[in-house]
Design a binder for this molecule. Sequence first.
Ligand code: NAP
Length: 466
Amino acid sequence: MTTNESRPRAAIIGAGPAGFYATDQLLDAGFDVDLIDLLPTPYGLVRSGVAPDHPKIKSVTRVYDKTAGREGFRFFGGVSLGSDITRAELLERYHAVVYAFGTTDDNRLGIPGEDRPGSYPATRFVAWYNGHPDGEEEEFVLHARRAVVIGNGNVAVDVARMLMLEPGELAVTDTADHALPKLAEARIEEVVLLGRRGPAQAAFTNPELRELGELSRADIDVDPAEAELDPLSERWLEEFGDGTSKRNVALLRDYAQRSPTGKTHRVTLKFLRSPVEVLGEGKDGPVIGVRVVRNRIEPDAEGRLRAVPTEATETIECGLVLRSIGYRGRPVDDVPFDYRRGLIRNVAGRVCDEEERPHRGEYVVGWIKRGPSGVIGTNKKDAAETVARIAEDAAAGALNEPANADPDATAEWIAARCPTAVTWEGWLSIDEHERRAGEPHGRPRIKLVKLADLLAAARAGTPARS
Ligand code: NAP
């Protein structure tokens, strides 16, 4: 090694929860860490994924701020791996490179009409209301009376709730300013949540499902027949169901007993239905409905309960379809990628080739390592597994051997490649600007959305909006 620094150096690509937990643990393990993100802002999905009406969940950023205050930490925001800098260049400068950039693409249904106007991946809707710079230009059809949300996970619940909250409830959140008036004017009165399997297999967590039954302006509507379990699911729940599934089923049975209370809006849950076509006029006409097939539950070869289509179909009229059926990773630069799983190829966090031979000095954490599952805290354990592998490799002398790990030279290289790179101080300046803007309105912050505004606030430390 041609560096004078005695501490090994790690680059972590992606400043979401997994990136921050890995940073903290690597600092503990004696590394200096450069945390690099595509956006000028840190926190990943905590900023641009967690629903605006869930501020408590967002308060986890206080933990990450503590990490950022530690000796040996640097942040470089607004730097793109693959265009500003490359994988090969990172390996010239760091003993360990850790990919933590999450799963950015949405899964596709692969059905006719999926891309009609009015049918969108939930990821885009979430990015839009959360003020992700990529979502600013989006337009959504919100004048229809009914929306169908496909999928039975927590993202489906988030988007359903965002459509059903009162304008006054949203007005005190950090929902993006461009989305607030559009959501307030939206005419959607009913959201239908569609699960391809039954209540026992729903992926919701209990608090999220409970919240759907406590909305101020929407009744919850579950037909008693929908809450009935088929015999296979009943037995599966009894024998193998975890507490979450059992409580979900109990909650859904409770919802099925409820009568409408006369609220103006409604959330309807339907199960055992898969969309087979998004309907509309001609090839490109806007959405007018979804044709769905009724499913039954059957075990597959491994005994897992899956949805199998029957002959019965029905049409649900609607003008908006949000597809919330999970995410998949996007290959970045030439980082080894498992296209079938949509993840970086790895064994327990060590990036590897097709024969599972590790790539020296390359590691992965979070959703791009294991897939888009679990809650924020799951990433702490996930990072611990990867950091343990890094520590093993350090002890065995098996880390990467960079040609030039000098930290000042690295900072100069990043500044040369990306003159607008935002440091942690730059982020603190954006943060202060956003909080100050939100304060008079009783909001936690008013997010800056345009990249130019974010960069100006990072530089100036004073309000700047274009
Ligand atoms: P998810 O929990 O994996 O749910 C995906 C849903 O899509 C499942 O119901 C799945 O059904 C369904 N699905 C998949 N392919 C389908 C298809 N072809 N047709 C119809 N349905 C299909 O994913 P997510 O909602 O995107 O959430 C990702 C992770 O973030 C989860 O771990 C979630 O808990 C977490 N999250 C947490 C919060 C929170 O804590 N408040 C909020 C948002 C997200 P099958 O089960 O049949 O595959």
